[in-house]
Design a protein around this ligand. Sequence first.
Ligand code: NAD
Length: 280
Amino acid sequence: MDSMSEFEGRVALITGGARGQGRSHAVALAERGADIVLCDRCADSPVVPYPLATEADLEETAAAVRATGRRCLTAKLDTADRPAMDELVAQAHAEFGRIDIAVANAGVSVAAPIQAMTEAQWAEAIGSNLTGVFNTVGAVAPGMVARGYGRIVTISSMLGRAGNTNMAAYSASKWGVIGLTKSAALDLAPHGVTVNAIAPGNISTPMIHNDFLYGLMRPDLEHPGADDVAPIFQSLHAQPVPWLEPAEITRVVLFFAAEASAHISGTVLPVDAGNAGRVT
Ligand code: NAD
């Protein structure tokens, strides 16, 4: 049941929480009573063709969390850096005593046809999207096992169930997240810890609304705008909608994070405007 005090006394870690979907999850969990631990790399990558979040974005999310009356611990870190993740979790344990909920949300999109994809693009996608999820789950799991309670949510993609042009690295990383999620769910099943994945469709964040992706979709136009790419985004969904709001993913995060979802683990829930009907 979704009540405004449902997560009172809980502590939630959200990676990639400076903006986009991560910010939406953090604020929603705080509004329902959870203290929040946020991290984001707050720096661009030479192979990610759109700007990543900034330190100001991270502070804006933290301010929104604190405005709900909850505490917020922030760290500027790369989830691919395991010692940094371990240190953040140790700090969270020292300050808040526990982490009950972890949302492994941080991720990047890189794009190139396989015949032109560089090692650096591959390494960035696998590092941020797959190793970053491993590091997040690996860092929080021991404390959750020790307390016999945890709710871990990973973020895959509809490209974790299919492929697409230019998307070999991204798609491989997101298929990997599903394998990791299912295996982690089995490892943690005896310990009161659930692990579930969400597979979003097109979500309205800077990851899809950027000049690079717009240009890739409409090479025929000099300065394509959102209206020019909307039909292409829509064709990736089955329902006639080009993109969904982060709040639609947040509702599923809240569902998996709930204490009452104790016996739902190892699942993948698509939120992709019906595209799930086309894939296994
Ligand atoms: P976004 O770019 O707005 O947010 C991603 C955040 O993660 C950014 O703040 C970025 O700075 C941070 N980040 C990236 N790499 C990081 C790293 N290695 N360490 C720490 N922080 C890092 O995009 P979003 O749509 O909010 O993406 C959230 C998640 O949803 C990602 O895993 C993404 O792959 C996934 N997803 C997005 C879509 C979409 O259409 N937007 C679709 C399917 C899945």
